[in-house]
Structures are given as structure tokens and as C-alpha cells.
Design a protein around this ligand. Structure first.
Ligand code: PLP
Length: 448
């Protein structure tokens, strides 16, 4: 077997067909333990997943309890105590009018379900011509075909383009660092984006649009990009005026990551449908959900009476029990306060370390969801040559220093801005925040 390339020495088809990742054998708090015993500081929770860190005793006990009692019951026959309690925890107080939760196995599934629910809402309410979805360039909504069609990440879409539905169209991202013009202030930038969205409704025919979908804080594609002030209020107003639904994809930014349970709470609006996943189960089980507004629930109930969409593992009992405990820990231990405090520390330390760095053009994000963007030339915001693969080099240099962070090369209308995304767990300690920034600083300097 040894003549085979490293990844072929494993029967797992890994992400890379050329390299074999090291084995993780344990974890505790913000740390992962590698085979051989080396400890790696998990500065991004994988892809903003591990919100409580690793091996949280309460969540491990909840998983064991549920597994000992009942692992699985098909949702066409039964509901479970775990599913009911989780939904009550999520929408029992009807945040922003979201009244019920449809529980699936992950983020892409949640986005697919949200898109289909949006479409079904209009079939139920006598507007079957509404079949268009407007999304944004430089967004990521998942890798299944519907979610990929919604996403605006050119390189992820390219190989599968012939399979992607043309029901989706894309408008500009609300990305101030890259898109705001020198002569524009924030209000003018927001107004231009709103005018572009309005024009897209008009181009398609407003009564053909079912929904607009966006990430409140863009995650993987561009690295922790919040929208300018007032953007989401303008978007909500345009959707309402045209009778379209607003889907917010909080798969990455949701469940406390930005300092409020839902990122939309900071925008003064609420969505009609919201996809959540990563911070819902914190990596203890694969789980996602769509939070559904009362008016959509009512329309389905008055209409056909069933959401025509079902997966075998809907509302899996062990996954629900894990997510319920994760959410209870966040609430009972007031971890949103920690996210705000540690997020401020992280921002402060990043500004101290990189604020005057020749190759760091932007430091951005909210709560414990922060990124730096690397540029060849700070003044001109010129990205590094993609051939340099800077984000991959930073990842390798950081990993060699015992730091797991989440770099990306955002493809933005031909421009490529390398970034590094940080999303440590909500239980991160101040000394670990400092270590993250110190190790990242060394890695960036070594990689450039
Ligand atoms: N939506 C957003 C905003 C995401 O960041 C992701 C994953 O990174 C997804 C959807 C897809 O989630 P999953 O990988 O769990 O399918």
C-alpha cells in the first residue's frame, strides 16, 4: 500500500485526494488532541461549529441519556420528547414571529427546506407563479444542488453549473470593504444596494419572486462580513412591498455566534424563514433546522396540510437531545454575554496585532465571529495572486504552530481576497484568545 499517495492509504474518500489529514483522537474545551498527543487550539470550531468546545460534560451526558432511552423513531409515526422540547426551546417564545421548527440533519438540508417552504407557501396561497429566488453573489448556502444554486460562490458552482436551477439570480453582496465606492458613505452604499435589489425585482417581475435569501453576516465565502447599517431594513421593506418572503441563512452566524442568539436581532428586522445548523448542535450531533413564521405555518395548515418534504432522519432523537442541551447551556450559563466580552477582546487583540500590518487590509466581524483579510497592497486593496495560495499557506503555518483556523480565498467577481476566519467556542478563555492571535500573527508572517 505504501506506494500509494497519502490519501489513498485510507479507504475514506477525504476532501483532498492528495493528502491524508492527521487523526483527531480527543478534545477538551477549546482544544483538540491529535494522535500522538499534540494539542491543537481550535480557533474556528471547525467551520464555526463547536460553540461549546469539545466534550462538554452536560452535552455528552444528554447524548448518553437519550441514546440509552431511544435513538430513533420515524417522524411519520412518532414525535419524541427530545424533538418537542428542542422546538419549544427554539420557538416557544415565538422570536420575531417564528412559530415552529422543522428539524433536519445539517445546514444545506435546512436551506433546501427553507427554499421549498417558501415556494410551497405561494402554491398554498394561490400565487403559483412565484418561483424565483433572489440571492447574492459571494454567498454560501450549502453544497446540495438547491443550496448551491442559491449560493454565489463562483468556484464552488462552476463544475456543477449545468445541474443548477436558473430559478435563482444574484445581486451584489453588502460587502463594504470591497464594494463601497470612495465617494459613498454608508447610507449611500446601502441605498445603492437597495436600488439594485429593487431593480432585480422589477427585471424578474415582482409577482414572480418567491423570496430573497441572504446570510446576515456572510461566513465562509468572504469571511465574517456584516452588512452596512440599514441594509436589512431596506431588504425587508422591499420584500414586504412586493409580497416576497425573506429567508435568512444563519447556519454559520446563528445561535449566539455574533453576540445575540440570532444575528438578525442586531438588524431590527425578522425573517419569514431562518436556517440554522452549526451552533445549534455545536458538533455534538449533525443537526439543522428551519424556523418558520406563523403565517407560513398557517398557510400550509389552511391549504394542503402537509409540507411535501421529508428526510429519514428528520428530528433525530439523539441529535435533538444534544442540541437541546447545547441551547440550555448557552441560556443558563449566559454565554451570549461571554461571546460579547470575548468577542471584544478578540477584536482588540486583532487590531493591536494586525491594525498596522502591511498585508492586512480589513479586520471585521461580530461577537466571536471575526476575520482578517490579507492584501498584497493595503492602499489599493490588491488581493494576493491566487497562485500564491496564501490562505492555504496560512492554514498550514498555523497548524504547524498548534492552531486550527479557517482560511478562505473569497472569489468576488473575479477578485480574490484571502481571509482567515476565527470562531472560537463561547467558553474560550482570555488566555486562549491571546494565544490565537499570537499564533496567527506568526503564521501570517511566515506564510507571506
Ligand atoms: N449556509 C451557510 C451560511 C453555511 O456557512 C453553510 C456551511 O458552511 C451551509 C449553509 C451548509 O451547511 P452544511 O455544511 O451543514 O450542509
Amino acid at each position: 500500500m505504501n506506494h500509494l499517495p497519502p490519501a489513498r492509504r485510507s479507504r475514506v474518500l477525504h476532501r483532498s485526494s492528495r493528502t491524508l489529514p492527521p487523526r483527531a483522537i480527543g478534545g477538551h474545551g477549546a482544544w483538540l488532541v491529535e494522535e500522538g498527543g499534540r494539542e491543537v487550539l481550535d480557533a474556528s470550531g471547525g467551520a464555526a461549529v463547536s460553540c461549546l468546545g469539545h466534550q462538554h460534560p452536560r452535552v455528552v451526558a444528554a447524548v448518553q441519556r437519550q441514546a440509552g432511552q431511544l435513538c430513533y423513531a420515524h417522524t411519520s409515526f412518532f414525535t419524541t420528547e427530545a424533538a418537542e422540547a428542542l422546538a419549544e426551546e427554539l420557538v416557544g417564545h415565538e422570536p420575531g414571529g417564528l412559530a415552529q421548527a422543522y428539524v433536519v440533519s445539517g445546514g444545506s438540508e435546512a436551506v433546501e427546506a427553507a427554499l421549498k417552504l417558501a415556494r410551497q407557501y405561494f402554491v398554498e396561497t394561490g400565487e403559483p407563479q412565484r418561483s424565483r429566488i433572489i440571492a447574492r453573489r459571494q454567498s454560501y448556502h450549502g453544497n446540495t444542488l438547491g443550496a448551491l444554486a442559491a449560493g454565489g460562490n463562483a468556484w464552488r458552482r462552476a463544475p456543477y453549473a449545468p445541474l443548477l436551477s436558473d430559478a435563482f439570480s444574484h445581486v451584489s453582496p453588502a460587502f463594504a470593504y470591497r464594494e463601497q465606492r470612495p465617494e459613498e458613505d454608508e447610507a449611500a452604499f446601502t441605498a445603492r444596494l437597495a436600488a439594485e435589489l429593487e431593480a432585480e425585482f422589477q427585471r424578474l417581475g415582482p409577482r414572480t419572486v418567491a423570496a430573497f435569501i441572504a446570510e446576515p453576516v456572510v461566513g465562509a465565502t468572504a469571511g465574517c462580513v456584516p452588512a452596512p447599517a440599514g441594509y436589512f431594513r431596506a431588504v425587508r421593506e422591499i420584500c414586504d412591498r412586493h409580497g416576497a418572503l425573506l429567508i435568512l441563512d444563519e447556519v454559520m452566524s446563528g445561535m449566539g455566534r455574533t453576540g445575540t442568539l440570532h444575528a438578525w436581532e442586531q438588524e431590527g428586522i425578522a425573517p419569514d424563514l431562518q436556517a440554522i445548523a452549526k451552533g445549534l448542535g455545536g458538533g455534538y450531533q449533525p443537526i439543522g433546522a428551519v424556523l418558520v413564521s406563523g403565517r407560513i405555518v398557517d398557510a400550509v395548515e389552511r391549504g394542503s396540510g402537509a409540507f411535501q418534504h421529508g428526510h429519514t432522519y428528520l428530528a433525530h432523537a439523539v441529535a435533538c437531545a444534544a442540541a437541546l442541551e447545547v441551547q440550555r447551556v448557552i441560556r443558563e450559563e449566559r454565554l451570549l454575554d461571554t461571546v460579547v466580552a470575548m468577542g471584544e477582546r478578540l477584536e482588540r487583540r486583532l487590531v493591536e496585532r494586525f491594525g498596522n500590518h502591511h498585508h492586512v487590509g480589513d479586520i471585521r466581524g461580530r461577537g466571536l465571529f471575526r476575520a482578517i483579510e490579507l492584501v498584497a497592497d493595503r492602499g489599493g486593496k490588491t488581493p494576493f495572486d491566487p497562485a500564491h495560495r496564501l490562505h492555504a499557506r496560512i492554514k498550514a503555518e498555523a497548524f504547524a504552530r498548534g492552531l486550527a483556523c479557517y482560511p478562505g480565498g473569497g472569489t468576488i467577481d473575479g477578485q480574490r481576497g484571502d481571509h482567515v476566519l476565527l470562531a472560537p467556542p463561547y467558553i474560550v478563555r482570555p488566555v486562549e484568545i491571546d494565544l490565537i492571535v499570537d499564533r496567527l500573527g506568526e503564521a501570517v508572517d511566515a506564510a507571506i
